[in-house]
Design a binder for this molecule. Structure first.
Ligand SMILES: C[S@@+](CC[C@H](N)C(=O)[O-])C[C@H]1O[C@@H](n2cnc3c(N)ncnc32)[C@H](O)[C@@H]1O
Length: 290
C-alpha cells in the first residue's frame, strides 16, 4: 500500500534533539519517582519520544509530500503520540507522575483511510463567515465549557487544550508561555471563542454564548440544523431551550449518555431540562428551518 512505505520510512528515522524535545520532553528518573525537569516543569512526553517526534517532523518537511500524503503522515504522527503521552487527554496541564504508556516507544501506523466518492470541500474559517452558505443540513458542535460565570473562557478553550497538535501540524516553532508551554496565539487575549464566553451581556442580561448561538442559527441558510449541546448548567440549558424554540421547529431530540453508553430519543418537551446538568451527556437537536 502506498502509505505504508511513507509510514515505514518515518518509523525508521533517527531520533534527534529539536524544538519539541526542548519544550515538551521530560526525563523519567530510574527510581520511578515523579521527576523534576531541567526547567522544573511537568512534560507531556518522555524525551525518547520527543526526540523521535523531532526527527519525524523534520523528515516530513524534507520529504516533499503531496498535501494528502502530508496529512496522512501528520495524522499518523498525532495518533502515535497520543498512544504514548502522559496527559489526561489535553495539554492545559500534565501529569505529575509518568503514565505507563509514556515509557513505550512512539510507533506510527497507517491511519484508517477511506476514499470519499463525493465532492467535498473543507473550509477552516470563523463560522459566521460561512453560516450563510446555502446547504441542506448544517451540523454544529460548538464548545460550551462551563456555566461558571467566574471562570475565564481560557480555561475551557480548545486552542488552550490542543495547542501542541497545532504546533506539530504547523511546525512553526512559536513563542510559548506558561507552565504548559502554550502557544502565544492560544493565550486568553488572542483566541477566545464567543461560544466559550459564559459571561452575561450587561445590556440584555443574557449569556453571550447563547446569544451567539441564536445569531448562528438565525443566520444559517440550511433546511435542517443539527445542534449538539454538552451538559453544563441548568440555567444555560434553560436559555438554550427557549432560544432554540425561537429559532425554528425542533423535530427530534436525542440524549446521549457517554458514560453509560446509552442513547434515548425524547419527545421535544422541556422535560429534558431536568437532567440537563448531569455530567457526560450530549443533547442533539434536529431543527427544521424550512
Ligand atoms: C466541541 S468542538 C467540535 C469537535 C468536533 N465535532 C470533532 O469531533 O472534532 C468545538 C470546535 O469549535 C471550534 N470553534 C469555536 N468557535 C468557533 C468559531 N467562531 N468558528 C469556527 N469554529 C469555532 C473550536 O475550535 C472547536 O474545534
Amino acid at each position: 500500500m502506498h502509505y505504508e512505505g511513507i509510514i515505514n520510512h518515518l518509523n525508521s528515522v533517527s531520533p534527534e534533539n529539536g524544538w519539541f524535545t526542548e519544550h515538551y520532553g521530560g526525563i523519567a528518573p530510574a527510581n520511578g519517582q515523579p521527576s523534576e525537569q531541567h526547567d522544573g516543569l511537568k512534560k507531556p512526553w518522555q524525551i525518547h519520544n520527543t526526540r523521535k517526534l523531532d526527527g519525524i517532523r523534520s523528515e516530513i518537511e524534507r520529504m516533499g509530500l503531496s498535501p494528502i500524503e502530508e496529512a496522512v503522515a501528520l495524522t499518523s504522527l498525532i495518533m502515535g503520540l497520543d498512544r504514548v503521552d502522559s496527559t489526561i487527554g489535553h495539554f492545559a496541564s500534565y501529569l505529575r507522575e509518568w503514565s505507563k504508556r509514556s515509557y513505550k516507544m512512539l510507533q506510527l501506523e497507517v491511519p484508517r483511510l477511506f476514499i470519499s466518492r463525493e465532492e467535498n470541500e473543507v473550509l477552516q474559517r470563523d463560522i459566521f463567515d460561512v453560516s450563510d452558505m446555502e446547504v441542506d443540513l448544517a451540523y454544529y458542535d460548538p464548545p460550551y465549557g462551563s456555566n461558571n460565570e467566574k471562570m475565564p473562557p481560557s480555561r475551557v478553550r480548545y486552542t488552550a487544550y490542543y495547542h501542541v497538535w497545532t504546533s506539530i501540524c504547523m511546525n512553526d516553532k512559536p513563542e510559548l508561555f506558561g507552565k504548559a508551554k502554550r502557544r502565544v496565539d492560544s493565550s486568553d487575549k488572542v483566541s477566545a471563542s464567543i461560544f466559550e464566553e459564559f459571561r452575561k451581556n450587561p445590556s440584555t442580561g443574557r449569556y453571550m454564548a447563547v446569544e451567539a448561538l441564536e445569531r448562528l442559527i438565525t443566520s444559517t441558510r440550511a433546511k435542517w440544523i443539527i445542534l449538539s449541546y454538552s451538559s453544563g448548567g441548568r440555567t444555560t440549558a434553560a436559555e438554550i431551550d427557549s432560544m432554540i424554540r425561537n429559532c425554528g421547529q425542533v423535530v427530534e431530540f436525542v440524549k446521549v449518555n457517554y458514560k453509560r453508553n446509552v442513547m434515548a430519543n425524547m419527545r421535544w418537551t422541556n422535560e429534558w431540562l431536568n437532567g440537563a446538568d448531569s455530567p457526560n451527556c450530549e443533547y442533539l437537536f434536529l431543527i427544521h428551518k424550512g
